[in-house]
Unconditional design. Structure first.
Length: 296
């Protein structure tokens, strides 16, 4: 891979980690030089360049070290300059940046096999039930999670297969939430049913009716109806509070301002499913095979 291709690969990967362009705290400007440096220049921190190569000064000039942002651009430069290396660029990044990239890559892989159209139909159902064909994102995400729980109670499996997480304001379906926030775009699936109304509300595509929700089984629809009947009239803040207090959703745990994974096994166990680990693994395996077969 040439320098240009490696540059593009690095920039694309770091863009996915949200580390590019984010800076806080103090930033040093360091003149890139060989290891042996015996003179100081006014206004320049006389720190030797870690590359130990005159090519660094000639081709990079300066690199910026930002401790607080958790990323050393010098690591990228090191990767680009060592054209003969076959090591992945993440080995040249600080630990935080490398871990963030790996998490981003894993999420991208999950998106590839995620049925965003079905997730959109679940939210569309609730939006149509609300009467104005629009629904707040936070309300929608809470109802989606509760619908998965209801379907597990009734059929032993959730409506959607995706990662789930404990957030400070309760549990969420991770990928459905990402699509709702606009992190991903899927013209053939999600966008066929939902469009942004404004920053916090999802609007149903004009002309969409209940008859268009062809990815939802009768059991799925029964679960959605049960959730809507119980929670659809609630104030969104009351629903948020209910989902993360008093043990109403036992698989949720306080992430202390961050997020922690909620496994399907944990959901099933909390709902009293026998042999939850085996049932969860079986469901996820069957779903993965189904999605692979449906790939063009």
């Amino acid at each position: 891979m040439g320098v240009f291709q490696r540059t593009i690969a690095v920039v694309h990967a770091l863009a996915g980690t949200n580390l590019i362009g984010r800076s806080k705290g103090t930033t040093d400007r360091v003149r890139c030089k060989p290891k042996k440096m015996d003179r100081k220049e006014p206004g320049i921190n006389p720190q030797p360049c870690e590359f130990a190569s005159s090519a660094c000064e000639r081709r990079i000039g300066y690199h910026r070290r930002n401790e607080d942002a958790g990323i050393a651009i010098s690591g990228i430069a090191q990767y680009l300059l060592r054209g003969a290396t076959k090591r992945p660029f993440t080995e040249f990044l600080p630990l935080k940046a490398s871990e963030a990239h790996m998490k981003s890559s894993a999420k991208q892989e999950k998106v590839r096999t995620f049925d965003s159209g079905k997730a959109a139909q679940v939210i569309t159902y609730f939006a149509l039930k609300s009467g104005d064909k629009g629904i707040g994102i936070l309300m929608a995400i809470k109802l989606v999670y509760l619908a998965d729980r209801e379907n597990i109670k009734r059929a032993g499996v959730p409506i959607l297969n995706e990662p789930r997480a404990s957030l400070p304001n309760g549990p969420v379906n991770d990928l459905t939430y990402a699509f709702a926030k606009g992190e991903f775009v899927d013209a053939e699936g999600w966008s066929s049913f939902l469009q942004d109304k404004n920053e916090h509300t999802l609007q149903v595509v004009p002309g969409t009716t209940f008859a268009d929700l062809d990815k939802l089984s009768r059991m799925n629809l029964a679960s959605l109806e049960a959730v809507w009947s119980e929670f659809g009239w609630w104030n969104v803040n009351a629903l948020v509070n209910w989902t993360h207090k008093d043990g109403n959703v036992p698989e949720w745990s306080d992430p202390n301002g961050s997020s922690t994974e909620i496994t399907l096994e944990a959901m099933m166990s909390a709902l009293g499913i026998v042999n939850a680990a085996e049932r969860a693994a079986e469901f996820e395996s069957e779903y993965a095979l189904k999605m692979e077969l449906e790939q063009p």
